[in-house]
Design a protein around this ligand. Structure first.
Ligand SMILES: *[C@@H]1O[C@H](CO)[C@@H](O)[C@H](O)[C@H]1NC(C)=O
Ligand SMILES: *[C@@H]1O[C@H](CO)[C@@H](O)[C@H](O)[C@H]1NC(C)=O
Ligand SMILES: *[C@@H]1O[C@H](CO)[C@@H](O)[C@H](O)[C@H]1NC(C)=O
Ligand SMILES: *[C@@H]1O[C@H](CO)[C@@H](O)[C@H](O)[C@H]1NC(C)=O
Ligand SMILES: *[C@@H]1O[C@H](CO)[C@@H](O)[C@H](O)[C@H]1NC(C)=O
Ligand SMILES: *[C@@H]1O[C@H](CO)[C@@H](O)[C@H](O)[C@H]1NC(C)=O
Length: 304
C-alpha cells in the first residue's frame, strides 16, 4: 500500500520538471553532451565544458567565441529538460579554418566541430565503441544565420579512430561526389539542397528528410557493434522518436569518436580538405543543437 501512495508523487515530481515536449532519458548515459542552463560561454574554454575545449576549430578561435546560447530557448528539444539544459548554436565564419598538426591548414573546410570531452582522449575504444549504443541529437535552424546548402555540411558523424572513414554521417545540402553524392554534376537541386541525409559506413544514404526551417528535428542512430547493424530513428518537435529504417547491415568497426557541429565542405574541389571554392561568409552561419547524448542500448533500451 505504501508503494502505491509514494509512486504517484515521484511521477508528479518529474512531470513538473519536464515540459510538454520533453522526454526523460531512459537508458544509462555513456556521454552527456547536454549543456546545463548555468554553463557560461567562458566555461566552454575550460574542462568544465562537456566538450573538449581544444578541438576542432579555427586555429585562432576559442569555443567561447564560436558557440552562442540562442535567446529563444522554448520549447526545449525533446531530451533537454527545461530549467536544467539549454540549446547551443555552433557558428562558422571565414576564420573557421582548422590546422591539423603537421598536415597544415584545412583551407577547403569551414569547420567548428565539438568532441565530447570524455570521448576525445584517447581516440579509439570506449563504452560508445562496443555493445549496442544509441547516439542522440536534435537540430534547429537559425533564420538569421542560414547555411548555404549548395555546399555539403557534415554536421554529426562517428569517425573511425584511424580517420579512414565514418561508421555513420549526418549531412545536409549537396553531397560531394567524393562523399558518395552527385555534387558538381547537376546535383544542386532543391530536393538535394534542402534535405538531411544519414549515410552508412559506405556513404550510402539510408535515410533522407527535408531540413525544416522552424522547430526541432530529433535524430538518433543505433549502432549494434556485435551484429554489425545501424538503425535511424527520427521525429520532429515533441513527438517520440520512431524507427525510420530497419537495423541495416553496417561496418561499425574501427572505434573512434563522435563529432558534432559544422564542417562546411567546398564546391569545385579535388581533395575536399585542401582546395576548392568557399564564398566569403557574410557575418556567420549557425546550426542550433540540443539533446546531445550517447546511451547504452544493450538489452534493447532506447530513449524515444
Ligand atoms: C569570426 O568569428 C570570431 C569570433 O566571433 C571573430 O573573432 C573573428 O574575427 C571572425 N572572423 C571573421 C573573418 O569575421
Ligand atoms: C549548475 O546546475 C547544476 C544542476 O542544474 C548544478 O548541479 C550545478 O551545481 C550548477 N553549477 C553552478 C556553477 O552553479
Ligand atoms: C591565425 O593567426 C596567425 C597569426 O596572426 C595567422 O598567421 C594565421 O593565418 C591565422 N589563421 C587563420 C586560419 O586565420
Ligand atoms: C552559396 O554557395 C554557392 C556555391 O559555392 C555559391 O555560388 C553562392 O554564391 C553561395 N551563396 C551565398 C548566398 O553566399
Ligand atoms: C543479434 O542478432 C541476433 C539474431 O538476429 C539476435 O538474437 C540478437 O539479439 C542480436 N543482438 C543484439 C545485441 O541485438
Ligand atoms: C560496403 O562496401 C563493401 C565494399 O564494396 C561491400 O563489401 C559491403 O557489402 C558494403 N556494405 C554495405 C552495408 O552495403
Amino acid at each position: 500500500m505504501r508503494i502505491s501512495t509514494v509512486l504517484p508523487l515521484v511521477v508528479l515530481a518529474s512531470a513538473t520538471l519536464l515540459g510538454r515536449n520533453e522526454s526523460a532519458v531512459r537508458c544509462p548515459i555513456i556521454f552527456d553532451g547536454r549543456v546545463l542552463t548555468n554553463l557560461t560561454l567562458a566555461a566552454l574554454d575550460t574542462t568544465t565544458s562537456p566538450y573538449s575545449p581544444r578541438y576542432v576549430k579555427g586555429e585562432n578561435l576559442t569555443w567561447s567565441s564560436i558557440i552562442l546560447f540562442p535567446p529563444t530557448t522554448t520549447p526545449r528539444s525533446r531530451f533537454d529538460t527545461r530549467s536544467i539544459h539549454k540549446p547551443f548554436e555552433v557558428t562558422i565564419n571565414d576564420s573557421s579554418i582548422f590546422r591539423a598538426g603537421s598536415s597544415g591548414l584545412q583551407v577547403g573546410f569551414r569547420r567548428a566541430g565539438l568532441l565530447l570531452a570524455d570521448d576525445a582522449n584517447p581516440v579509439g575504444s570506449d563504452a560508445a565503441d562496443k555493445g549496442v549504443v544509441t547516439f542522440h541529437w536534435s537540430v534547429r535552424q537559425d533564420e538569421h544565420k542560414p547555411l548555404n546548402l549548395s555546399h555539403e555540411y557534415m554536421n554529426v558523424w562517428h569517425e573511425k579512430a584511424e580517420y579512414s572513414g565514418n561508421q555513420f554521417t549526418f549531412v545536409g545540402g549537396v553531397v560531394l561526389k567524393q562523399d558518395g553524392g552527385g555534387g558538381g554534376n547537376g546535383a544542386d537541386t532543391p530536393e538535394e539542397r534542402n534535405s538531411w541525409k544519414v549515410q552508412d559506413a559506405n556513404n550510402t544514404v539510408v535515410f533522407r528528410t527535408p531540413i525544416l526551417s522552424t522547430g526541432w528535428q530529433n535524430f538518433a542512430i543505433g549502432l549494434d557493434y556485435a551484429n554489425s547493424t545501424m538503425q535511424v530513428l527520427y521525429s520532429t518537435n515533441g513527438a517520440p522518436l520512431k524507427a525510420v529504417t530497419a537495423a541495416v547491415p553496417n561496418d561499425n568497426s574501427g572505434g573512434g569518436q563522435l563529432q558534432l557541429g559544422i564542417a562546411k565542405k567546398p564546391t569545385e574541389t579535388e581533395s575536399v580538405v585542401y582546395d576548392g571554392y568557399q564564398e566569403s561568409i557574410v557575418g556567420s552561419e549557425g546550426q542550433i543543437y540540443g539533446g546531445v547524448f550517447v546511451e547504452d542500448s544493450s538489452g534493447g533500451c532506447v530513449s524515444v
